[in-house]
Design a protein around this ligand. Structure first.
Ligand SMILES: Nc1ncnc2c1ncn2[C@@H]1O[C@H](COP(=O)(O)OP(=O)(O)OP(=O)(O)O)[C@@H](O)[C@H]1O
Ligand SMILES: [Mg+2]
Length: 260
């Protein structure tokens, strides 16, 4: 078992928990999608896995085990150590996470260097192969570019290349494609899946789009108001939804490119 989340409850500051009773597991190479309306607690759950909650957010109940280690018992230094080589994150707007005044290549090199890839030739080969894997044309040019010189879709691809470069065991992705047009969304989801499959990375993806979840996920967790309302194999959730809430989410999936 790679990740085991049991009866998780998460609170911000001293307020009552905004997320409760969340349990799920993830094996190596598996994909779990968390879906649900805005404010249902998706981002809160995904950030709690790596203890990067803002605003005094913390795990108030339950446990998160990653590779058999209780993450609540880990020090912040241990969390940082795991981020990158073991667990990587992709955000909705990867550009916002990048330094605007440093080239992609410089940032990529620094990231690899921090995590032990210090040989320049080795780093360069890894960077260009990762950029090619996410189908960015002319990797040499991309490395020389600054984030503002790339389109939103290109920046998300760069984000995936960074995240996958260290062959993480777990990839946490929070709405990685929702800022993009539908065609680019589909391409990027596919590239993320291909990259993950090639190194057997498990994915925990948050998405509004049940179409994306149906395409990617082995299992789906449906959240509403901080509580799980459905959890099971993607096929069951999509074709035999147990709640009206899930049926409403399904009805909101656009036709072409969606489920029909
Ligand atoms: N920094 C914070 N401080 C206090 N409360 C927060 C904070 N971030 C989120 N919350 C609260 O936690 C709950 C869940 O929010 P969260 O961002 O996890 O939802 P979400 O499902 O990711 O929504 P969206 O689809 O809009 O991204 C909400 O009630 C929200 O107000
Ligand atoms: Mg969110």
């Amino acid at each position: 078992m790679l990740l085991e989340v049991k009866q998780l409850g998460i609170a911000y500051g001293r307020r009552p928990p905004v997320v409760r009773d969340v349990s799920f597991t993830l094996d190596a190479g598996e994909v779990l999608a968390i879906v649900g309306e805005s404010g249902s607690g998706k981002t809160t759950i995904i950030r709690s896995i790596m203890h990067i909650l803002p605003g005094g957010g913390h795990i108030a109940e339950g446990t998160v085990f990653f590779q058999g280690e209780d993450t609540r018992a880990q020090s912040p230094a241990r969390h940082r150590e795991l981020c990158g080589p073991d667990v990587a994150m992709i955000f909705q707007d990867c550009g916002a996470m990048m330094n605007p005044i440093r080239s992609i290549g410089r940032q990529f090199r620094d990231y690899l260097s921090i995590h032990g890839v210090k040989n320049p030739a080795e780093a360069h080969a890894l960077m260009t192969s990762m950029l090619a894997m996410v189908r960015l044309p002319d990797p040499e040019r991309i490395l020389k570019s600054y984030p503002f010189e790339l389109s939103g879709g290109m920046r998300q691809r760069v984000g995936i290349a960074f995240a996958m470069a260290l062959r993480p065991k777990l990839l946490l992705a929070d709405e990685p494609t929702s800022a993009l047009d539908v065609t680019t969304q589909a391409q990027i989801v596919k590239e993320m899946m291909d990259a993950a499959r090639s190194v057997n990375t498990a994915i925990l993806i948050v998405t509004h789009n049940l179409g994306v979840a149906a395409y990617m996920a082995d299992r789906i967790l449906v959240m509403k108001d901080g509580r799980p309302v459905e959890y099971g194999p993607a096929e069951d959730v999509i074709y035999r939804p147990q709640t009206d809430y899930t049926r409403r989410l399904l009805a909101a999936v656009p036709g072409p490119g969606g489920l029909s």
